[in-house]
Design a protein around this ligand. Structure first.
Ligand code: KG4
Ligand code: ZN
Length: 337
């Protein structure tokens, strides 16, 4: 196993994470969630990079110790290159470059979005392409036709807020704190999704999404009712909002898969952890005889396992990167025709 280990590093936002893979197989991974942001109601970029600086060395040390390994066994390094917060990406990338130089091993810059998509297949040597991917995270809401590994076609995307962003903003409006997605998911378990029908946006002859109208709709609803009523029905309002998001995402994904004659749908990104979305997609998948892939809950939100696994794929598909690779905060997937 000497020198055959891939070290994955993820620092794009507020998780400091490291993972070890042997070929396509996960050995161990650690995700340290930065708690410093909780009281600010969102990620403070300056604090995020400072925390990555503090945590990354110890996280890499711990993942090696817990796997009973040492630096000399690392044969390549996969590190998130973008998209993400510039300062945070720089911390991970600089650390990875230093280590790659010191160990004299190749480095692979990984697109975080690709990591999310591939997170569904961690441990597998083959990809079940082609498939339709519903990518739903804090920064992205896209429907992507994945024709084969690294060959993508964009089918639809949000015209304003991302789905995760909508969860986070509505959680703030409801005063239930940060991070909004998991809190709304949890609160909704005790609520009635049919309590109020919030608006659902769609565009004719398009698979695009829009969530800013829904957010405004929730804001107007809150302003129209007295605070006591909102407090009493907090779970019902959360569940009704979540239902609107899930309705739009799932209906659009199913329609696109059917129109494109794809019989596999893959969920990816932080919002893929949403219990109602997973439940609805499972039901609709069965109804329409579509095979559904949902990432293990551990790999929905940001983690380094998906980065190291993507490193395995990049090593299969292309040459290593040069040591001068730059952080690209707005890195996109490369879409063909
Ligand atoms: O993929 P991710 O960890 O980071 C980005 O790359 O953006 O996604 C984070 C987003 C946040 O907006 C968070 O609120 C949302 O995913 N999220 C959820 C759930 N868990 C995380 N949204 C809805 N339900 C959840 N259970
Ligand atoms: Zn992410």
């Amino acid at each position: 196993m000497t020198k055959a280990i891939i070290l994955g590093i993820e620092t794009s936002c507020d998780e400091t994470a490291a993972a070890l893979f042997h070929s396509h197989e996960l050995i161990h991974h650690i995700t340290a969630t930065q708690l410093v942001h909780t009281s600010y109601g969102g990620v403070v970029p300056e604090y995020a990079s400072r925390e990555h600086n503090k945590l990354l060395g110890p996280v890499v040390k711990s993942v090696l110790e817990q796997a009973d390994m040492d630096l000399s066994m690392i044969g390549s390094i996969a590190v998130t290159q973008g998209p993400g917060l510039a300062g945070s990406l720089l911390v991970g990338l600089s650390y990875a470059k230093g280590l790659a130089m010191g160990l004299n091993v190749p480095i692979y810059g990984i697109n975080h979005i690709e990591g999310h998509i591939f997170a569904n297949f961690i441990g597998q040597e083959q990809l079940p392409t082609p498939f339709l991917c519903l990518l739903v995270s804090g920064g992205h809401t896209q429907l992507i036709h994945v024709q084969q590994a690294q060959v993508y076609k964009l089918i639809g995307q949000t015209r304003d807020d991302a789905a995760g962003e909508a969860f986070d903003k509505v959680a703030r409006l409801l005063g239930i704190g940060y991070p909004g997605g998991p809190l709304i998911d949890q609160l909704s378990q005790d609520g009635d999704p049919k309590f109020h029908r919030f608006s659902r946006s769609s565009f004719p002859r398009s698979y695009d999404f829009s969530f800013s109208g829904l957010k405004t709709n929730v804001l107007q609803y809150i302003q129209k009712h007295d605070p006591g009523f909102i407090k009493t029905h907090l779970a019902d309002i959360a569940a009704s909002f979540q239902e609107a998001v899930v309705d739009v995402l799932s209906n659009q994904a199913i329609q696109a898969a059917k129109d494109l004659k794809l019989d596999r749908i893959v969920l990816a990104g932080g919002v893929a952890a949403n219990s109602r979305l997973r439940q609805r997609m499972t039901e609709l998948g069965q109804l329409h005889e579509l095979e559904l892939f949902q990432p293990d809950l551990r790999y929905c939100t940001d983690n380094a396992a998906m980065i190291a696994y993507m490193g395995y794929w990049k090593a299969v598909l292309q040459q290593p990167d040069l040591l001068d690779i730059a952080a690209i905060p707005n890195l996109k997937l490369s879409f063909g025709q």
